[in-house]
Design a protein around this ligand. Structure first.
Ligand SMILES: NC(=O)C1=CN([C@@H]2O[C@H](COP(=O)(O)OP(=O)(O)OC[C@H]3O[C@@H](n4cnc5c(N)ncnc54)[C@H](O)[C@@H]3O)[C@@H](O)[C@H]2O)C=CC1
Ligand SMILES: NCC(=O)COP(=O)(O)O
Length: 336
């Protein structure tokens, strides 16, 4: 049923590269089956800057898909025109590429809210998110640590798991956007169990891994070195892994994070669970920046995102690499 529904793209921070890479994606894959949630004047402005011919159709849930599905047309000058369906959300202030403006932070959140509610109501098959700027949203007075947590709140889900993926590896995070000095206390037996249950179930249900093999990193150097370099492995991680193994989970670890990322383990693992953001992501981005994607496990709808941020230094120049955006789109197409 959702197969026939459009994918909704939230273009993210309006002053960042989000609108640019959305246009680059549409040039590459066409516009059929895609609705872009953005201020339509902003999209037009960026397209003009890049000399991309576009025609905007206002999105209407009732008629979407019933009119012509052609995604390209030729005008008199025979230049290709992208026909883009836009779910218009108005900006609060004018946008200058590369210059953040806290006045537009509520616009960013309205886009995300509208798009994700549409996914939950079955109006859209999946959400593809462009990058947002976490700092400027906080400066507007809204506590915001990331899409992952924001979407979990909207969906009223207690726990979700951030997973980044390349062709070589999937890396999950036991904690997401929290200060380093809060990591240890945040990893409790309950939270780690929930994380592993979500990862296990998504690997089975979305990725058709009958018996997912999950490698788990320790928190401390050398996974605690038998308690001599920290006790979180002994007190928390090992008991949870043992309890889940007793239920049939295929879990390896806890293993030292510094030796985990080598081919013999990567080839064998369906996913590597790291304990915090910067334990797993630098390795993954070193290997695959530009083609990596970010998937939120545990939401009641499919959300996939780019692996990079707003790249304000490149906004409006159309020199950004759209590879991650394209990979995220292709990932969604493979799942819906
Ligand atoms: N999915 C999302 O919404 C994400 C948002 N962010 C947010 O983005 C903001 C800026 O974060 P930064 O740490 O500066 O990371 P960033 O990813 O925006 O930029 C880091 C470096 O990578 C380059 N870069 C980024 N994307 C690129 C692309 N597609 N092609 C070529 N070069 C690219 C930038 O020019 C810069 O040199 C922060 O507020 C951060 O929280 C960061 C990561 C993901
Ligand atoms: N480093 C990944 C990242 O910060 C993206 O987070 P989110 O906005 O997808 O939650």
């Amino acid at each position: 049923m959702l197969k026939n529904k459009p994918i909704i793209i939230s273009a993210g921070e309006p002053a960042g590269i989000g609108p640019d890479i959305v246009l680059m994606l549409l040039q590459k894959v066409g516009t059929e089956g895609i609705v872009v949630c953005i201020d339509k004047l902003l999209l037009k402005q960026r397209a003009e800057q890049a000399n991309i011919q576009i025609e905007i159709k206002d999105y209407c849930a009732d008629t979407y898909g019933s009119v012509s599905t052609a995604s390209l047309s030729c005008n008199e000058s025979r230049k290709k025109t992208l026909i883009i369906t836009v779910l218009h959300v108005p900006l609060k202030a004018e946008v200058i590429a590369g210059e953040l403006n806290a006045l537009n932070s509520h616009y960013v959140l309205e886009v995300l809210t509208r798009a994700s509610i549409g996914c939950m109501q079955g109006e859209f098959s999946a959400l593809l998110t462009g990058p947002v700027h976490k700092g400027i949203i906080n400066e507007a007075g809204v506590l915001f640590s990331g899409h992952t947590e924001f979407l979990a709140d909207i969906a009223n889900v207690e726990k979700v798991v951030m997973v980044l993926a390349t062709k070589i590896m999937k890396v999950g995070l036991a904690t997401t956007h929290i200060p380093l000095n809060k990591v240890s206390e945040t990893i409790t037996k309950e939270s780690l169990q929930q994380v592993l249950e979500i990862v296990h179930s998504e690997l089975q249900n979305k990725y058709h891994k009958k018996h997912p093999k999950i490698y788990v990193c320790g928190l401390n150097p050398h996974a605690g070195e038998d308690g001599h370099l920290g006790r979180e492995e002994i007190d928390t991680i090992i008991p949870v892994l043992q309890m889940l193994r007793d239920k049939g989970y295929d879990l390896i670890g806890p293993m030292p994070a510094d030796t985990m990322f080598q081919p013999k383990y990567l080839d064998d693992a369906d996913l590597i669970l790291t304990m915090y953001h910067d334990q797993g992501l630098p390795v993954l981005k070193y290997q695959g920046f530009g083609e990596a994607i970010n998937i939120t496990f545990g939401l009641p709808f499919l959300r996939v995102s780019v692996d990079h941020g707003t790249a304000l230094d490149m906004a409006g120049t159309f020199t950004a690499n759209p590879g991650s955006m394209i990979a995220a789109y292709e990932h969604i197409k493979g799942l819906v």
